[in-house]
Design a protein around this ligand. Structure first.
Ligand code: ZN
Length: 480
């Protein structure tokens, strides 16, 4: 057996985050809605209806293209892609064939090792990004099939990569980076659980050192990173065996389906060609034309991309693993950013948000968005900064905020946790500490500075941690 190399390319479908569908005014958020309730004659393909392209979807697809460093085709158009299937009410999909919205981009992505550190950085070419509409959803029950057309007409971006990926690990790392980018530019929520991002993966083998691509196996409809990884692993193994048995690569392309429950692929069909779809330009939608000014205007709105965000956090002194965690979790990031904007102290922010808050949330098995929001956390920070409570008490207050959902003020008030800063009260406690610890006082007078710690500790214990430690030190020194 020669040494073989794995060649992987992906086709990614991402549902776009728009209010309405791609070619009609129907609600684009069908999640949790009763079947066939977010539909109209346009997305149901009734005769005589006309599609109107969604301008927001087009702008977002341009923005996503620019984030993927693609070149926008200033003249492009929609095409009809014909196939007959019950999930497609029009009998064709409105897609883009020979003139896609954009082409020739790149995505730089990191390979993260088991310890959460970057072990390698790679680049994957993007062949094209085009827009189309999603099909409906079919549910098979025994011999019956139920159709839900709520999803029919949802704006989709199809992103096709070059065959630049060389392992399952690279395919998953690339897909995760792509997902981060689409979320960062708000082109898609890319919620995998809701099926907003789906993959078709092509895999083939070739002798290491050769250039020619051999016929491939395309795995359809992978809905999670785990499925992507497992399906590619399975298919690679199968193709290696096939190579061994036939003493060479397979002869033609095939399309297979991934069966997640049994962890195997199964043959769906020999590959169809573009001819089978009878593409022709969509006659009901005029071609899309962009001027350089149009593109520049969208480019000006391009936000900071995930890799740059991560660099910024690392420049603050946040470690790589935590920086990635912030990039990946927007709700956690908004809390972190709000606290940092107020405190300008990365170490303190990291301790409060990434250690304490996350720790308490984990203990309660709560998600970040079930916990206190940025406003509530900032109220707690203010209570610590104005001396109402100590940083130590702040930790207890935060724990109670996570447990009960109450605000810092409510908890401090109800539990009497205010810091004692009143001179008279502290003086009284300090005197009591001096009277109760003659040994420590004697040690201090004999030159042992550390003995003072025992006195301060006594006061803090007596006050249940509520005495202002600065004040305690100050008054104690005055008395001695
Ligand atoms: Zn509609």
């Amino acid at each position: 057996m020669p040494e073989l190399e794995v060649i992987i390319g992906l086709e990614v479908h991402a549902q776009m985050s728009t209010k309405t569908k791609m070619f009609c005014g129907c609600d684009n958020d069908a999640f949790g809605k009763a079947p066939n309730t977010t539909v109209c004659p346009i997305c149901m393909g009734h005769p005589g209806t006309l599609p109107t392209p969604n301008a927001v979807a087009i702008d977002k697809a341009v923005l996503a293209s620019l984030a993927l460093e693609c070149t926008i085709n200033k003249e492009n158009h929609f095409d009809r892609k014909h196939y007959f299937y019950p999930d497609l009410p029009m009998g064709f999909q409105i897609s883009q064939f020979d003139f896609p919205l954009s082409e020739k981009g790149t995505v730089t992505y990191d390979i993260i090792d088991d310890s959460g550190k970057v072990s390698d950085t790679k680049v994957c070419g993007i062949t094209r990004l085009h827009m189309e509409n999603d099909a409906g959803k079919l549910t098979h029950k025994g011999t019956t099939t139920l159709c839900d057309y709520n999803r029919a007409g949802t704006p989709l971006m199809e992103i096709v990569t070059e065959p630049d990926l060389r392992s399952e690990q690279e395919a998953v790392a690339f897909a995760q980076e792509l997902r981060r980018i689409l979320i960062a530019v708000n082109a898609s929520q890319a919620d995998m659980f809701k099926g907003m991002m789906r993959f078709d993966a092509s895999i083939s083998l070739r002798e290491k050192g050769t250039e020619k691509l051999n016929p491939r196996s395309e795995i359809k409809n992978l809905n999670s990173f785990k499925a992507l990884e497992r399906a590619l692993q399975y298919e690679e193994k199968r193709l290696r065996k096939e190579w061994e048995d036939n003493d060479g690569p397979r002869k033609g392309d095939i399309t297979v389906g991934w069966q997640d429950d049994i962890g195997k692929t199964r043959l769906l069909r020999e590959k169809e060609t573009a001819d089978d779809y009878r593409y022709f330009p969509e006659p009901d939608i005029p071609p899309l034309t962009f001027t350089q000014e149009d593109i520049d205007a969208v480019h000006a709105t391009l936000p900071k991309l995930p890799r740059a965000q991560k660099e910024d956090y690392m420049d603050m002194g946040i470690d790589e693993k935590q920086a990635l965690q912030l990039v990946d979790q927007s709700d956690l990031r908004s809390i972190f950013d709000a606290v940092y904007a107020t405190t300008k102290d990365a170490k303190r922010t990291s301790s409060l948000v990434l250690m304490q808050l996350l720790g308490f949330l984990n203990a309660e098995e709560k998600e970040v968005n079930d916990g206190p929001d940025p406003t509530k956390i900032l109220e707690l920070v203010a209570k610590i900064d104005d001396g109402t409570i100590s940083a130590n008490t702040g930790k207890d207050v935060l724990q109670k905020m996570v447990e009960t959902g109450k605000s810092a003020s409510e908890i401090i008030e109800a539990e009497g946790m205010q810091q004692i800063s009143d001179d008279g009260a502290i003086e009284e406690m300090v005197q009591k500490a001096i009277d109760s610890n003659p040994k420590a006082i004697e040690d201090f007078k004999n030159g042992n500075e550390k003995a003072l710690g025992a006195i301060v500790g006594f006061v803090m214990k007596e006050s249940k941690g509520q005495a202002n430690p600065g004040k305690v030190n100050e008054i104690l020194k005055k008395k001695l």
